[in-house]
Design a binder for this molecule. Structure first.
Ligand SMILES: Cc1cc2nc3c(=O)[nH]c(=O)nc-3n(C[C@H](O)[C@H](O)[C@H](O)COP(=O)(O)OP(=O)(O)OC[C@H]3O[C@@H](n4cnc5c(N)ncnc54)[C@H](O)[C@@H]3O)c2cc1C
Length: 465
């Protein structure tokens, strides 16, 4: 009888174990964070034939990458060629350094701009649609790639890369949060401590890639580095809490540019919805509560954010017409959220917003004249894609919110994490967790270029290590 009970207990235990597979406790490469940089790294590492485990703290992959709408910058791509756009990595480099106030680490910018077109073709090879090309603030050429019809780029890229990682047998573990990175006695990467619903476990690896994103959703941390951001909202996913920065500094990693925190100028104050810069890129202007334009709408984000904060109420209105709406699928999402004021005439729109109708009409007429003349003498806007004269007309209230944390851990050209003693062996980082690439101000579309280019390099380097 006793023997039969022991057998039943053993069978029950076996059934339980089989229905909850025990996590393997080692891999060749561990990747911390399944955002864009992490998925790119996982695909590259798997393509080199090593075993890869990706640990992701949230119930789904994607992080901030899932939120990206406007597009990915790259110069010299097949999509640009099809559209007859002349561009080069050298011009992309120049725009990036200028936009970043020349604070950027030149060697990293050179890699990003040289490799971005390669990364676009690589993504297309995985099945991505990056056929539509527009422009975001600070770029001198149309080089921002997104899916046909101006569909949001981030969810598309995450889906494509997540599927590619799964096809390659990458072990992606959702709701598995890394709480500590371990080094061995020689100071080399050794493993990570993970927390999930069942408790904590340790998993060892020969190489670790940290791709945990930035700290734009951690007010304590961003106010610590820039006290002027006290009380600011954020555009970021709740996962962007700077975990990688905290864990890596505990191991002696160097940090750079931590006080360089970008606000995005066009965020709806009530909903915290970020209105993609592509709306301005496709023709929208901004007016204040007096119904007047006040800035070159395509200036860099720091300049445009500052100009909005100088206006009455520290917010303004993004104004556009039906042609702009038709050019960008993202606008439908804003309409569904109920944050767009719509009217058949400029007067009706002005009344709905509570701004002076004559002033708004005058500002729009003046802007349309500038488009016709091909020169915006009032504010020096160089791209004037279309006049705003197709009813209905639309407006969205906007103001700045924390958007991108340019600072982070220091990496070299091989994405090795740097400390006072040089590279920490076996420890790599890529994406928004790193710093230096965007200097004092990131150009719209450059983050995706950064995370895919350096994510791929990190995956290759970790696999080879
Ligand atoms: C609203 C919005 C729109 C944007 N639009 C654009 C755009 O159009 N073009 C552009 O170039 N850039 C854009 N950006 C910026 C860009 O999306 C980000 O900079 C980029 O996606 C960051 O990628 P990442 O892989 O470094 O981090 P993320 O994509 O944030 O991924 C990090 C991942 O790590 C996970 N993680 C964090 N900590 C842990 C931990 N302890 N353990 C396990 N997992 C962890 C997170 O949950 C997350 O999934 C936008 C950003 C926002 C917020």
């Amino acid at each position: 009888m006793k023997c039969r009970w022991s057998f039943l207990a053993a069978a029950l235990l076996l059934t339980v174990l089989l229905s909850f597979p025990v996590a393997a406790d080692s891999a060749d490469v561990i990747i911390v964070g399944a955002g864009g940089a992490g998925l790119a790294a996982a695909i590259e590492a798997a393509d080199q034939g090593v075993s890869v485990v990706v640990l992701e703290k949230m119930p789904m992959a994607g992080g901030n990458t899932l939120y990206a709408t406007g597009g990915m910058n790259a110069a010299g791509t097949s999509s640009q060629e099809t559209l007859g756009i002349e561009d080069s990595p050298a011009v992309h480099y120049k725009d990036t350094m200028q936009g970043g106030h020349d604070l950027n680490v030149p060697e990293l910018v050179e890699i990003m701009t040289e490799q971005a077109p390669v990364a676009v073709e690589w993504l297309k090879g995985l099945g991505a649609d990056l056929a539509d090309v527009g422009r975001l603030g600070g770029s001198s050429v149309n080089r921002t790639h997104r899916p046909t019809g101006g569909q949001p780029v981030g969810p598309h890229l995450v889906q494509v890369m997540f599927e590619a990682a799964q096809t390659r047998g990458v072990d992606v573990r959702l709701e598995n949060e890394v709480i500590e990175i371990l080094l061995d006695d020689n100071g080399a990467a050794h493993g990570v401590v993970v927390e999930n619903r069942e408790g904590t476990y340790t998993i060892t690896a020969k190489a670790i890639v940290v791709t945990t994103g930035g700290f734009g959703a951690n007010p304590t941390m961003f106010v610590e580095y820039d006290p002027e951001l006290e009380g600011f909202g954020t555009t970021n996913a709740p996962s962007a809490t700077g975990d990688g920065i905290t864990m890596l500094t505990a191991l002696g990693a160097d940090l750079i540019h931590m006080d360089q925190i970008q606000t995005h100028p066009t965020v709806h104050p009530g909903r915290s919805t970020m209105i993609t810069e592509a709306v301005r890129g496709n023709g929208a202007i901004m007016v204040n509560r007096d119904g007047a334009r006040f800035v070159n709408e395509m200036g860099t984000r720091d300049v445009v954010s500052g100009a909005i904060l100088d206006q009455d109420g520290q917010s303004a209105y993004l104004f556009f017409d039906d042609a702009v709406r038709g050019s960008l699928a993202a606008v439908e999402n804003y309409r569904r959220q109920g944050i767009v004021t719509e009217a058949d005439t400029l007067e009706e729109l002005a009344n709905a917003l509570g701004v002076d109708a004559a002033a708004l009409t005058g500002a729009v007429e003046e802007y349309n004249a500038a488009v016709a003349a091909g020169s915006d003498d009032a504010f020096g806007r160089s791209d004037l894609p279309r006049s705003l004269d197709e009813a209905p007309f639309y407006a969205i209230e906007i103001g700045p919110a924390v958007h991108h944390t340019m600072g982070g851990v220091v990496i070299n050209e091989r994405t090795e994490v740097q400390s006072a003693n040089g590279s920490i062996p076996g420890l790599f980082a890529a994406g928004e967790v790193t710093g230096g690439i965007h200097g004092g101000n990131r150009l719209g579309g450059n983050a995706l270029a950064d995370i895919i280019v350096f994510g791929r390099i990190a995956g290759q380097q970790a696999a080879q290590y």
